[in-house]
Design a binder for this molecule. Structure first.
Ligand code: NAD
Length: 452
């Protein structure tokens, strides 16, 4: 059996070893999950609702502990990590309302009564990346459980600790044994087994577009359902009529939060040419003002990158790049990378087209509204984006024109658990969160009762 040694990204100290699950362990977990799922689905909806509320409350009692784990394992600033743990509680609370509200339809037909049921799929496999380990896990497991499924979940190799603790908290809260199991391990072993196992009937995958395509191709073998949340290269479009001070003050946080390791990072800032120079003047102090440092400090806004390997990947984008200015970062141990603003030479530079997934942003000029939309859409991705303008008509026209799943006007909001989230184009398939998420974990069954 193999294991991984986890490293604290802020100081490179060893945290602990975590054993990787084997294929045999995955198979045993899926077999136990199948049994647990049948009893769970047979419970009265109000009982499932109550169990999820208890799970939410237990997570709520452990927000500080979960946040502290994420600080150590992922280098997230403590304020952000607390928000993440609270978000898991809120996602569970929100979907605890679902079991009693999975309404079917009664459809007018001749000769009888026609009704639809939303049947749980069975065992759902959730595969999670390392950038937001517990929040992204909850977007899969909470609505899946609410809809009557069992869940096997694989955290990312580097960041398994909060997901492992959540599985323990589920049991402490009284959720049935084997209903929600976390299996740390390799993508090529545990993740692939979720895809190939015949009793895992749906995969929720969040991660890179390359791995997502592989998961989707594997799922096709068994016509298995997939939800994919993949990469992004989102645009923050700033028009000349915008509140430039606000746009410049907020732009760093739209890309440098979580050290840029955010699928929704607005890593391309598109600025109308007439205000391009002025915007850069305003952006510089805002970037230098981002508080980068000790994740345990309450005032820290940005921590380190997650690992040495990822640091090397992000740093490779500095090769040949024209750096306009950078913020600060601590010296010494830890995978630190200062916020970096790059001025590309062309619209096809690597830093413009590829997802850096680090604290690096490219600022590009555009000419008019049509050019802004064309440039925003000139990407294989389409996850999120922001539009800064005082002209509401333009804001709506551009929001409708940009091929992205989540747009935000005069702000940078992307993820609210009560609203749907997901990508266009190669940013993904399907939607998570929002009121309809549990239905993505069901099969619609139509039943006709003859009255003749
Ligand atoms: P990754 O694709 O390397 O890994 C994601 C997960 O898939 C990990 O748990 C990994 O172990 C597993 N995996 C690897 N190979 C596998 C395989 N062959 N079969 C099944 N599972 C496998 O991604 P990452 O580096 O962990 O995460 C960063 C990426 O995630 C970025 O591209 C980012 O944009 C994306 N992301 C997207 C969203 C979104 O909601 N759209 C959210 C967060 C992150």
């Amino acid at each position: 059996m193999s294991a991984i040694t986890l490293i604290n990204p802020a100081d490179e100290s060893v945290i602990r070893d975590v054993e990787h699950s084997t294929i045999e362990q995955v198979d045993a977990a899926v077999a136990a999950a199948s049994v647990a799922q049948r009893s769970w689905a047979a419970l009265a909806p109000v009982e499932r609702a109550r169990a999820l509320r208890r799970f939410a409350a237990t997570v709520g009692e452990h927000v500080e502990e979960l946040a502290a784990l994420e600080v150590v394992n992922s280098g997230h600033p403590i304020g952000q990590a607390r928000w993440e743990a609270g978000h898991v509680r809120d996602v569970l609370d929100y979907y605890s309302g679902s079991p009693e509200r999975m309404l079917g339809q009664q459809i007018p037909v001749a000769g009888g009564l026609d009704v639809t049921f939303h049947e749980p799929i069975g065992v759902v496999g959730v595969i999670v990346p390392w950038n937001f380990p517990m929040t992204i896990a909850s977007w899969g497991f909470a609505p899946a459980l609410a809809a009557g499924n069992a869940v096997v979940l694989k955290p990312a190799e580097w960041t398994p600790l909060t997901a492992m603790r959540l599985a323990e908290l589920a049991l402490e809260a009284g959720l049935p044994e084997h209903l929600f199991q976390v299996l740390p391990g390799k993508g090529s072993v545990v993740g692939e087994r979720f895809v190939t196992h015949e009793d895992v009937r749906k995969i929720v995958f969040t991660g890179s577009t390359a791995t997502g395509k592989r998961v989707m191709a594997g799922a096709a073998e068994q016509v298995k359902a997939v939800t994919l949340e993949l990469g992004g290269k989102s645009a923050n479009v700033v028009f000349a009529d915008a509140d430039l001070e606000k746009a410049a003050a907020t732009a760093p946080y739209a890309v440098f939060e979580n050290a840029g390791q955010d699928c929704c990072a607005r890593s391309r800032i598109l600025v109308q040419r007439s205000v391009y120079d002025r915007f850069l003047e305003l952006l510089e102090p805002a970037v230098r003002g981002v508080a980068v440092g000790d994740p345990n400090a309450e005032t820290t806004e940005m921590g380190p990158l997650v690992s040495a390997e990822h640091h090397a990947k992000v740093a490779s984008y500095l090769d040949g790049a024209d750096v306009a200015f950078r913020g600060t970062a601590p010296d010494g141990p830890g995978y630190w990378f200062a916020p970096t603003v790059v001025l590309p030479r062309s619209r096809t530079d690597r830093v413009v087209t590829e997802e850096v997934f680090g604290p690096m942003v490219a600022v590009l000029p555009f000419d008019d509204e049509a050019d802004a939309i064309a440039l925003a859409n000139d990407s294989i991705y389409g996850l999120s984006g922001s539009i800064f303008t005082r002209d509401l008509g333009r804001a709506l026209r551009v929001a409708r024109g940009v091929q992205s799943g989540n747009l935000s006007v005069n702000s940078h909001s992307s993820v609210r658990y009560a609203t749907p989230f997901g990508g266009f184009k190669q940013s993904g398939l399907g939607r998570e969160l929002g009121p309809d998420a549990p239905f993505a974990f069901t099969e619609t069954k139509n039943v006709f009762l003859s009255t003749e």
